[in-house]
Design a protein around this ligand. Sequence first.
Ligand code: HEM
Length: 428
Amino acid sequence: MRLTRPRAVPLLDPADIDLADPQLYAAGDPHAVWLALREEHPVVRQPLRDGRCFWSATRYHDVNEVLRDHTRFTSERGTLLSTLGVDDPAGGKMMAASDPPVHTALREPLSRAMSARAMRRWEPRIRRMVRRLLAPLADGAPWDLAAAAASFPMAFTGTLMGLPEADWPRLTRLTTMAVAPTDEEFREGRGTLVAAHHELFEYFADHLHATRSAADDSLVGFLREMAAGDRRLRQDELVYNCYSLLLGANVTTPHAVAGTVLAFIEEPAQYARLIADPHLVPRAIEEGLRWSSPANHFMRYTTMEVELSGVRIAPGQAVVAWLGSANRDRRAFADPFAFDVARSPNRHVAFGFGPHYCVGAPLARIALRILFEETVQNVAAFEHAGPVEHLASDFVAGVKRLPVSAQLRPGAARRLSAAGTPRAEGVS
Ligand code: HEM
């Protein structure tokens, strides 16, 4: 999705806007559309041609309200626009598609297992993975950063989940098919979404079967053994939650990386600030998350009549909280269309808000910190080396292709090529 900086509030008729159209995100200007909606129609009903409809909330405060209050806005019927109108079969079984108390029973043990403290032991391994990822920069040739970043989450989530490395490329592709089924590059036959879900569910069912009697200290093993309240998870619950962890990591993290580097290319002075003061890296990551907002939206259904920004919504309606829009709301962020690596405060909602706040956020933050620490240490500046291409997805603000050339810092070519040698690649 293009990360634009509209200069003025465009005049738009909500009847002409289709926020569910994946092409808007591949070739259009969603930030201009969201800006117009925030200012003129912060809560608006969008009917689709096939008779379904949903409400859009675009202001920061409303987005927080929708995500925060599960008693008025349930997750159990589905949380993505792609499932609009069909109750999610994973409702009440998968953490992301459940409400308390089921959600709490699943979330509490898992969030302890995925806390920043628990994740710290993975740091050396993630650093080796990052060095291997950046190694191709050593020869100075143009490099597709988006394609490389696409494989990054499997390197840490695949490792954490104990999934064989040979499966990582197919799993990466399947998760993108699940969020961008109409994108030409990811379309496989007519039923891409269903086919991707089917293959992923079958993959995890097989994996769980194959590892059932092995000692398994991976996250999958943890899910299998963990007590959700007073019981263990059933097979279907295990499959859904494995799928959700993989999807959560794979479809978001690469685009946080690509969106942040794209901002560095557009604003070289901001990247130069990082080189001058690498202590700014953690803040730059938060700004990169706000800026890229890899998850465009999450959806809820109303359980009762609700009011948002003065608009009444009947019970049983789908309400879409546009995170990408909330993260550019002038009511919450000073100069929201400026990319500022030292922004503070920065209460972005890229990881959501409330009970479903991203359980993978500690891991994602560690992985991004290591990646940008290594980048700042080795790269003096990035430049475009070809056209940028965006993913056709109403859910993921994705960059498919980002050809870059990098100007290296002194000693970087040696460091990077050493990291790419087979000996250094021994990452286990
Ligand atoms: C930059 C990276 C990431 C972004 C931007 C992101 C974004 C989000 C957001 C916005 C939510 C809230 C969903 C809702 O309100 O319904 C969420 C939840 C979730 N994320 Fe992430 N995520 C990222 C990385 C990860 C990683 C690395 C994992 C797993 C290893 C993960 C797994 C999950 C899961 C399982 C949930 C559901 C949590 C719940 O329902 O309590 N995410 N994520």
